[in-house]
Write a protein that binds this ligand. Structure first.
Ligand code: PLP
Length: 426
């Protein structure tokens, strides 16, 4: 069916879809920020997810443990702190399609990227280069360039920049072909799972296969993918991945990040790494010996003992995520929600906006990156803010808007487009 055959969603349609939505009630589990006495239309879950109502209770619980038990909190109570990170591994593993032994929650995303590169970037002979993409998130570019510098290599010569080949987007064939062309000089590929500016979902499975079949290590930044789109990191044979939990995983500003190390590496205790005592074999950690023997799981890359008060919100949010049925039902709703959003924008604002996110469903997640063609995008973004519609602006010319299945509704989508249409003079 073509787009013209589909009449645009009306407000009544949106309300019907919300009434029939099995996930509608999960909105009630979150605090929606207010603007002008009304709940905001919050489309920035791609930047900072909303606060679950249960989060304070989870943090309060740990504060209470500390208040009442002091140091005994490490070993006593319902969730002793000593293995606290372990309570998160299985649930997080199911979000990213991994085995629990392949996942550890620790640090921030960029720190984890550095830890992974310290292990997996092994320049040898002519294979010294790292492939990143032209518009890689700056932190990833800094991390890759500085990894080269600390290895005594010049980033101008050793960083290969993958250019988009379809406007701002990448075709899978082009990504794989670039890897093939540079195979003899590449030591590592680091790419996003979902590109932050365009919202494009990259073909992780195919890209990982293209790199690995040529003996090149492949890692992904899943900041915009984890909790947004289904992932199968173990099966896709990715070497490593890192992600944050403050976006689609609703764990709060600067929340503790995730790290995936494929089982074939996680169990290899001979792999060189930057080491700390929390990565030390649990049975001998408190013998306080100076010989480092890493845990034979992703936990073997931990450095410090975990920040329990910052881990508690991750635990809270994963419980909500699971209670909603996990990524399967969330993705099912997300496809409908973002599909309705794209259709409505195209119908009502044809020629006035250009959605740069792919229209192919498998190549996009929640987010649409909207270029305002007929008007000043920055001013429109400001007007949206003033009307209580929260989106974010990314230079040079894009409003990013992400309806999130856990707490956004079809009516939010309709209201957004209706208000934007008014601002564009329709
Ligand atoms: C794609 C991407 N990579 C990396 C980062 C940096 O994350 P962190 O500050 O948690 O290291 C962000 C932050 O928003 C991001 O969007």
């Amino acid at each position: 069916m073509t787009q013209a055959d589909n009449p645009p969603m009306t407000l009544a349609d949106a309300r019907k879809l919300d009434a029939a939505d099995p996930l509608a009630a999960s909105r009630e589990q979150f605090f929606l920020p207010q603007s002008g006495g009304k709940p905001e239309i919050y489309f920035v879950g791609n930047s900072l997810g909303l606060m679950p109502k249960i989060t304070s209770q989870y943090v309060q619980h740990e504060l209470e443990q500390w208040r009442t038990l002091g140091v005994r909190g490490h070993f006593e109570g319902e969730f002793p702190w000593m293995p606290y990170h372990e309570y998160l591994s299985a649930a997080m593993a199911s979000v990213v399609g991994a085995k629990p032994c392949e996942v550890v929650m620790m640090n921030g995303l960029t720190v984890n990227l550095h830890l992974m590169m310290a292990t997996f970037y092994r320049p040898e002979k002519h294979r010294t280069k790292i492939l990143i993409e032209r518009h890689a998130f700056p932190s990833d570019s800094y991390a890759a360039a500085s990894r080269l510098e600390v290895s005594g290599l010049n980033p101008d010569e050793h960083l290969i920049v993958l250019e988009p080949d379809e406007g701002e987007l990448f075709s899978t064939a082009h990504v794989c072909e670039t890897i093939r062309q540079h195979a003899d000089e590449l030591a590592m590929v680091v790419l996003p799972g979902v590109q932050y500016y365009t919202g494009q979902v990259l073909a992780i499975k195919e890209i990982a296969a293209a790199a690995r079949s040529r003996g090149i290590v492949v890692g992904f930044d899943l900041a915009h993918a984890a909790g947004n789109v289904p992932l199968a990191l173990h099966q896709w044979d990715v070497d490593f991945a890192v992600w944050c939990t403050y976006k689609y995983l609703n764990s709060g500003p600067g929340a503790v990040a995730g790290c995936f190390v494929h089982e074939r590496h996680a169990t290899n205790t001979d792999l060189k790494r930057l080491a700390g005592w929390w990565g030390q074999d649990k049975a001998t950690r408190f013998e306080m010996q100076n010989t480092f023997r890493p845990i034979a799981t992703a936990e073997g890359w931990q450095l410090s003992n975990p920040p329990i008060l910052a881990m508690a919100p991750v635990r809270a949010s994963l419980e909500l995520f699971n209670a909603a049925g996990g990524i399967g039902p969330l993705r099912e709703k997300s496809v409908k929600l973002t599909g309705a959003f794209a259709d409505l924008l195209n119908h009502r604002l044809s020629g006035q906006v250009n959605i740069i996110t792919p229209s192919v469903v498998s190549e996009r997640g929640c987010q649409l990156s909207i270029e305002i063609v007929a008007g000043d995008g920055r001013d429109i973004h400001r007007q949206l803010e003033l009307s209580g519609i929260r989106t974010d602006w990314r230079e040079p010319n894009v409003i990013r808007a992400a309806p999130v299945p856990l707490y956004n509704s079809f009516e939010d989508v309709w209201q957004f487009v209706d208000q934007l249409a008014g601002m564009l003079g329709n």
